[in-house]
Write a protein that binds this ligand. Structure first.
Ligand code: CMP
Length: 505
């Protein structure tokens, strides 16, 4: 190499070093502009630039005059890495700094594609400068083209599908999707695949091309509201309106069931041995669908039992249960004694003599509630008294929208007496804290008792008044004196109300 050529090479080498150093300083500066979590974005350009710098040093050391091949290779690599580094800087500046400050959002796949295209053209350019025309090699060699084409076929179709999905924006990270038989929440959308995590916590990987081909249901769009269907069958003898009322009441206050749009219930079909109903209700959180469905089915079982609705067995099931008449009467007698015992356990009715208690016990029936079910709602009309046999019941008061639990009732306690004796709307909300079994005393049985012995109204009203004032005093911290005054007032008000309600004159 002649001396001036040598000088020219040295100028080129040092010019390259200067350009690399400038690019390095720019990367370091730009990284500081990135938000804390995105700082590692600058790592790749930094890596390429440092590599270019080292290779440039090695090229200078190789010296074109003494090792021309090594010099040429090192020069080629330096140029390639420098170009990669600079394209990385441009990418960072454009997408992470400039566009992130505007409203324009570029999908990751598009960004990766642009970067890959930049790398491709850089390699082509650098190779061309070194005298190799890779493009013409590829386009003129039919075999090579076919090999590359076949190898990339599925990758490219997935990649293009991924791009189409990103452009469509039909779903995004966090959405709940159903693709074929698979359901899950989108956690990642990649070049070739999309990752879902299903309800069992397992990852499902679906190629993008499959997503484009198949029908996809997005449970999170247009809104997170999703309508659920619960199918249940009841015996033909139950009137549909009665069944609908019971089923709809089961959706009240179930955590996760939306009030709006309201739940609805329709008879779906008259089947061989039953009428099939669909209870349709709306939820917000698709992840909770199975829990809510299970909760509702539990409530439906309890409500059906209480209301005497039969969920029939398929007609071909032979249900053989022979209960002899003696066994049946023993069982009936035992149940009657249990009811008498339950009545004797509460102060409100414990003072009745056995014959009076029998009047009530005859009309009593046992009802069960699932944990969490609302038994009585404040403000609703009602005329039944509940005696708790098993479980615990919470009493909640709503005052101007604020809610407060005022009592927790246990076996032996009772509730619902206020509406039973006054006919006024329920004064509080009573909810089953655990699974609860109660005996229910209805208005008709109570009427029979009062008809038989009207004086009972007197006793009950003073007992109730004491209870009412006790409860009120607990809430408001009334003094002893005020309590007595209130008791007297409450007693006469209640007595008048009971007399009026039961037409006792
Ligand atoms: P009732 O008004 O028929 O329906 C709600 C029931 O909750 C009510 O009868 C009482 O039995 C019960 N209740 C109301 N307030 C209280 C309270 N402060 N403590 C205990 N039970 C209550």
């Amino acid at each position: 190499m002649r001396p001036w050529e040598r000088v020219h090479h040295m100028q080129l080498s040092f010019g390259g070093i200067a350009a690399t150093l400038v690019a390095l300083v720019v990367v370091l500066f730009l990284r500081r502009l990135l938000p804390e979590g995105k700082r590692n974005r600058g790592k790749a350009p930094l890596f390429f630039l440092v590599l270019a710098l080292l290779l440039r040093g090695a090229a200078i050391a190789a010296d074109a005059a003494f090792a021309p091949t090594a010099f040429a290779i090192l020069n080629f690599l330096t140029l390639a890495f420098l170009s990669f580094g600079i394209s990385g800087v441009v990418d960072m500046l454009l997408f992470d700094i400039l566009l992130s400050r505007t409203r324009v959002r570029v999908s990751k796949i598009l960004r990766d594609l642009l970067q890959a295209a930049a790398f491709f053209f850089i390699i082509m350019g650098v190779l061309k400068q070194s005298g190799v025309n890779l493009l013409s090699l590829v386009t003129t060699s039919a075999v090579l083209t076919a090999v590359i084409g076949l190898a990339l076929q599925s990758t490219l179709s997935n990649l293009l599908a991924g791009l189409a999905l990103q452009v469509d924006q039909a779903f995004g990270i966090g959405d709940w999707l159903q693709v074929g038989q698979r359901t899950g929440r989108v956690t990642q959308m990649k070049w070739r695949t999309m990752h879902l995590v299903n309800k069992d916590g397992d990852m499902v990987i679906i190629p993008n091309a499959e997503l484009v081909r198949s029908e996809v249901i997005n449970f999170s769009r247009p809104t997170s509201a999703h309508r659920m269907w619960l199918r249940v069958s009841f015996h033909y003898r139950h009137p549909p309106n009665e069944v609908k009322r019971v089923l709809l009441s089961c959706t009240r206050d179930v955590a996760g069931v939306r009030d709006e749009p309201a739940a609805e219930c329709v008879p779906l079909q008259f089947a061989d041995s039953s009428i099939e109903y669909a209870l349709r209700y709306w939820i917000d959180d698709f992840q909770q669908d199975e829990r809510i469905d299970g909760e509702l089915r539990t409530r439906i079982w309890y409500a059906a039992k209480r209301e005497g609705l039969e969920i029939p067995f398929p007609i071909r099931t032979l249900y053989m249960n022979q209960v002899t008449s003696i066994e049946a009467s023993v069982q009936e007698q035992q149940e009657f004694l249990d009811r008498m015992d339950a009545l004797a356990r509460i102060d409100l009715l414990g003072r009745l003599d056995p014959s009076e208690r029998e009047l009530l016990a005859e009309g009593m029936r046992r009802v069960k509630f699932a944990a969490g079910e609302m038994i009585i709602r404040q403000g609703d009309p009602g005329d039944s008294l509940y005696l708790i046999q098993n479980g615990s019941v919470g009493v909640r008061l709503s005052v101007d929208g604020a809610q407060k639990e005022v009592a927790a009732l246990a076996p032996g306690d009772f509730f619902g007496e206020m509406s039973l004796v006054t006919g006024e709307p329920r004064t509080a909300t009573c909810t089953a804290k655990t699974d609860v079994t109660c005996y229910l005393v209805d208005h008709a049985s109570f009427q029979r008792l009062l008809d038989a012995r009207p004086k009972i109204a007197d006793e009950i009203s003073s007992l109730l008044a004491t209870r009412q004032v006790e409860l009120a005093s607990r809430q408001r911290g009334l003094s002893e004196e005020a309590e007595a005054r209130r008791a007297a007032d409450a007693r006469s008000r209640l007595l008048a109300r009971i007399r009026d309600f039961f037409h006792l004159g």
